[in-house]
Design a protein around this ligand. Structure first.
Ligand code: C2E
Ligand code: MG
Ligand code: MG
Length: 403
């Protein structure tokens, strides 16, 4: 099991986290202050570090600064634990290279979700760097997730799923032009489960097909509800999995959902990733072209993190390029990220593509994107993903924000 180092000076909080992680079968090591934390991190090289921000002697920033300079600890996923009142401080931590932060007091589900997301991301990166590494068998938590997900689908309990919507804003006008639909699962056994945890499992077990169908159907119904409420000019993006996209009746399914809800094909944008397309380039291009010829928009999601095959980009039938949030995070202060992001925007514009920056969290990032003519932004700076009713409320009470 992954080894997690907890650096926290408050004994009660530390013990609580230790109990929780041990119950999930994580291997744990604990430090009561930053100095011991740095020492343990260097000796033990854990798989992930949870670190309090406010500590006497060396605080969280100090720990992070030392560890990021040490080659053996520089890439260990690092999550800050912050007090609510210190929320403004987290930016500094993120800018210094922390991977995430959690605000105290946090729930068990929040903590586990942050840890698992980070571990998975790190594992993906490692696999990417050494493709022959084999993937471990499922952990107990993943086994429980699989059993629970199976049961939900088998018993048609789709009411456990909910679709959230995150606004996408045109940078020049400041108006909401689109929304991305993002799936959440409220599991009776596990609490709220994020898609980064259950989508890969749903993909590997084939459960993604009924889930994806439910998502498409629900999003189309929701667009119809919004049309009826006078919200007409909003494009809604849906994330697809490769298995769904390769289903022989996929196009018919979409066409049918569009027709029964009286929608226009361009009310929808389908988000694909490079890796999905690269699995079978010619067949993917054929499906994408067909969808586009029907008027359905196509976006390339998480751009820059996959194969980044710029040669193929020219031949892909897409309308939109979404720059992954890895590049956007701290883009204004990181010379490499800013050079890449500038080049991506320029290149996309040369290919007549619409560009969306993902994960915009700060005014500095937004200012950079505005300066370099990025078309749209999506991120916590403007809004987190919201349940449909909240999203609608947001639009209706801020009518000036959409066209
Ligand atoms: P994605 O398509 O790249 O979606 C963007 C993710 O970034 C979302 O995570 C969103 O909540 C998060 N995000 C947005 N703004 C910010 C920000 O400012 N900062 C940070 N740190 N994060 C931000 P989420 O909702 O957890 O979804 C994760 C991934 O799961 C999605 O990545 C997408 O690949 C997949 N996914 C979500 N819903 C579906 C679905 O219905 N079907 C399929 N196949 N995949 C889905
Ligand atoms: Mg997406
Ligand atoms: Mg994305």
């Amino acid at each position: 099991m992954p080894k997690i180092l907890i650096i926290e000076d408050e004994e009660a909080v530390r013990e609580n986290i230790l109990d929780l992680l041990e119950a999930e079968d994580f291997e744990t090591i604990a430090a009561a202050n930053g100095r011991i934390g740095v020492h343990l991190a260097i000796c033990e090289v854990p798989d992930l570090i949870l670190c309090d921000m406010m500590m006497p002697e060396i605080d969280g920033y100090g720990v992070l600064t030392v560890l990021r300079q040490e080659p053996s600890t520089a890439t260990i996923p690092f999550i800050f634990l912050t007090a609510k009142s210190a929320k403004s401080d987290f930016r500094q931590g993120m800018d210094m290279g922390a991977d995430d932060y959690i605000t105290k007091p946090f729930s068990r589900a929040e903590l586990l979700s942050a840890i698992i997301n980070r571990l998975e991301k790190h594992a993906t990166l490692k696999r990417y760097l050494s493709p022959r590494t084999t993937i471990n068998n499922l952990s107990p938590k993943m086994q429980l997730l699989e059993i629970s997900l199976h049961r939900t689908i088998k018993q048609h309990k789709f009411q456990e799923f909910e679709i959230y919507y995150q606004p996408i804003v045109d940078i020049a006008s400041g108006k909401i032009v689109a929304a991305e639909s993002l799936l959440r699962w409220q599991s009776p056994e596990l609490g709220i489960v994020y898609p980064t945890e259950f989508i890969p499992l749903a993909e590997s077990t084939g459960l993604i097909v009924p889930i994806g169908k439910w998502v498409l159907k629900s999003v189309c119904k929701q667009i119809k509800i919004w049309h009826d409420a006078g919200i007409n000019s909003l494009i809604v993006a849906v994330n697809l999995s490769v298995i769904e996209f390769n289903q022989p009746d996929f196009i018919n399914k979409i066409v049918n959902f569009i027709a029964i809800n009286n929608l226009q094909p361009n009310d929808l944008e389908l988000e694909l990733t490079e890796s999905m397309i690269m699995q079978d380039v010619s067949s993917a291009i054929a499906t994408m072209s067909k969808l586009q010829s029907l008027g359905i928009k196509i976006a390339l999601d998480d751009f820059g993190t996959g194969y980044s095959s710029l040669i193929y980009l020219k031949n892909l039938p897409i309308n939109t390029l979404k720059i992954d949030r890895y590049f956007i995070h701290n883009v204004a202060n990181d010379p490499q990220k800013s050079a890449i992001t500038k080049a991506l925007i320029q290149m996309a514009h040369n290919l007549n593509l619409n560009v969306i920056a993902e994960g915009v969290e700060t005014e500095a990032e937004l200012a950079f994107l505005r300066q370099h003519n990025c078309n749209s932004m999506q991120g916590f700076l403007f809004s987190r993903p919201l349940p449909a009713a909240e999203f609608e409320n947001f639009l209706l009470t801020n009518k000036c924000l959409y066209i």
